[in-house]
Design a protein around this ligand. Structure first.
Ligand SMILES: Nc1nc2c(ncn2[C@@H]2O[C@H](COP(=O)(O)OP(=O)(O)OP(=O)(O)O)[C@@H](O)[C@H]2O)c(=O)[nH]1
Length: 407
C-alpha cells in the first residue's frame, strides 16, 4: 500500500485512493480539466479514424473491403464525436462507465477488424495498434483500470486475429507480441505514475488548506485574546468601569472633539462618604459590593457618550461631553438622590449610603483634563468639608441655585 504525504492510502496498481469518498472528492476537483482532456482525445481519435478511412482508398480502391473498412471507421468516428458532445454537455460523464467505455471498445474492435479486412497491410497495422495502446493510456486521463481492460482487449484481439486470419511466421507474431506488450507496459506505468502524482498533489493541497484553516483559526483566536487583554488592561476589575488610563484616553479624545465643535464639556468627581467606616464595620467584601452597586447606579444615570472611570479606591470620575454645568448639575443631583434613596441590603438601614460630588467645566483654551479635574476635586473636598452628601460646582459654591446641601 502506498501513502501520500498526509497519510492517504493509494491502491498500488492503479494509483487511485483506496478511500472511495477521497477518490470521489479528487475526481470532483479534477473533473473539468479531465473532461477537457478527454474531449480533446475524442476529437483527435475521430479525426484519425476519418483521415485513415480516406487513406485506405488509394490502396484498396472502390472495393468491398474499402467500403466495409470505411463503414467501421465512420462508426468509430461517430462514437468518438458522440462522446465528445456528451462530455461537453455533461462533464460528469468523464468518470462514468458510458458512453466512453463502449465507444473505446468499439474503436478497438474497428482496429482489430482491420486485420482480416486488409491482411496485406499488417506491417503498418501492428505499429498503429501499439500507438493506439499507448494513446489509450496516455490520452484518456484518470481511467487507468478501464484503460488496462481496453488495451488488453485491443492487444489480445489484434494478436488473435493476426494468428487466425493472416499466415504470419511465428517470429513475426513474436515480434508483434513484444511490441504490443511493451507498449502496454510503458503506457500502463506512465498512466499510473501520472495518476499517483496527481493524487499526491491533491493530498498536499488538502493538507495545506487544512494548515491554512488552522492558521486562520489561531490568528482569530490571538486577535480575540489580544482584544480581551486590551479590554482588561483598560478596565477596572471590580466594577467593570474604565480604569484611570482608559478613562483619560477616552475623555481626552472626547475633549478634543468637543473643542473642535465649540461645545462645552464638564467633569465630575464622585466620592463615597465614610467609606472607611463601611469597610471597617462590614468588611472589605461588603465594601467591594457597595462600590459595584454605586458604579452601576452611576452608569445608569449617564448617556452612551459620557465617559465614566474608577480612578481611586472609592472615587469615580465622569466626563460629560457637550454638556454645560447646569445640565451636569441636574444629572449629578439625580444620581446623588438615587444613591441616597437606594437601600443597600448589606448595610444597616440606619446607615444610608451617600456620595459627595464635585463638578467643574473645562475652560476655553484648556487642552487637558487635569486643571478641570483639580477644580472638580477642590469642589468635592469643599463638599466634604461642608458635611458631605451634596453636589458642589467649582467656583459657584455660594450660588444657592447650584449648591445643594443635604438633598
Ligand atoms: N472595599 C474596598 N475598599 C477600598 C477599596 N479601595 C479603597 N478602599 C477603602 O476606601 C477607604 C477610603 O477611606 P477614606 O479615604 O478615609 O475616605 P472615607 O472613609 O470615605 O471618608 P470621606 O471620603 O472623607 O467621607 C479606605 O478604607 C480604603 O481602604 C476597594 O477597592 N474596596
Amino acid at each position: 500500500m502506498r501513502y501520500t504525504k498526509n497519510g492517504e492510502a493509494m491502491t498500488p496498481w492503479s494509483g487511485e485512493f483506496t478511500n472511495r469518498r477521497q477518490e470521489a472528492a479528487f475526481r470532483r476537483s479534477v473533473r473539468d480539466t479531465t473532461a477537457g482532456l478527454l474531449r480533446a482525445a475524442m476529437l483527435t481519435a475521430a479525426l484519425l479514424f476519418l483521415v485513415l478511412g480516406v487513406a485506405d482508398f488509394p490502396r484498396l480502391g472502390p472495393t468491398d473491403s474499402f467500403f466495409q473498412l470505411l463503414g467501421l471507421r465512420l462508426l468509430a468516428a461517430a462514437g468518438c464525436l458522440l462522446t465528445w458532445w456528451a462530455v461537453r454537455r455533461n462533464p460528469d460523464l468523464t468518470f462514468r462507465f458510458a458512453p466512453l467505455n463502449p465507444v473505446i471498445w468499439l474503436g478497438c474492435t474497428v482496429l482489430i477488424l482491420i486485420v482480416p479486412l486488409g491482411p496485406d497491410t499488417l506491417s503498418t497495422h501492428a505499429p498503429s495498434a501499439a500507438v493506439a495502446v499507448m494513446a489509450l493510456y496516455l490520452f484518456v486521463p484518470n481511467r487507468v483500470p478501464w484503460m488496462v481492460a481496453a488495451s488488453l482487449y485491443l492487444t489480445l484481439g489484434f494478436l488473435a486475429t493476426t494468428a487466425l486470419w493472416v499466415s504470419t511466421p511465428p517470429s513475426v507474431v513474436l515480434v508483434q507480441s513484444l511490441v504490443l506488450g511493451f507498449a502496454n507496459v510503458v503506457g500502463f506505468l506512465s498512466a499510473r505514475r501520472l495518476a499517483r502524482l496527481q493524487r499526491r498533489q491533491y493530498a498536499s493541497l488538502l493538507d495545506e488548506r487544512a494548515y491554512c484553516r488552522r492558521l486562520q483559526g489561531e490568528i482569530r483566536e490571538r486577535a480575540r485574546l489580544e482584544q480581551r487583554l486590551r479590554h482588561m488592561a483598560g478596565t477596572d476589575e471590580l466594577t467593570g468601569l474604565d480604569n484611570r488610563r482608559r478613562f483619560f484616553e477616552r475623555a481626552e479624545h472626547a475633549l478634543h472633539r468637543t473643542q473642535r465643535h465649540g461645545s462645552p464639556m464638564t467633569l465630575c468627581m464622585i466620592d463615597l462618604d465614610h467609606f472607611k467606616t463601611i469597610n471597617d464595620r462590614y468588611g472589605h467584601a461588603v465594601g467591594d459590593r457597595v462600590l459595584v452597586q454605586v458604579a452601576g447606579q452611576c452608569r445608569r444615570h449617564i448617556r452612551d457618550i459620557d465617559i465614566i472611570g474608577r480612578i481611586g479606591g472609592e472615587e469615580f470620575v465622569i466626563a460629560f461631553p457637550d454638556t454645560d454645568l447646569g445640565k451636569a448639575l441636574d444629572i449629578n443631583e439625580r444620581l446623588r438622590r438615587c444613591i441616597e434613596a437606594t437601600p443597600t441590603l448589606e448595610l444597616d438601614v440606619h446607615e444610608p449610603l451617600s456620595v459627595t460630588i464635585g463638578i467643574a467645566c473645562i475652560e476655553p483654551g484648556e487642552t487637558t483634563l487635569t486643571p478641570a479635574l483639580h477644580r472638580a476635586d477642590a469642589a468635592l473636598y469643599r463638599g466634604k468639608a461642608l458635611g458631605r452628601n451634596r453636589v458642589m460646582v467649582h467656583g459657584v459654591e455660594d450660588e444657592p441655585r447650584l449648591v445643594v446641601v443635604d438633598g
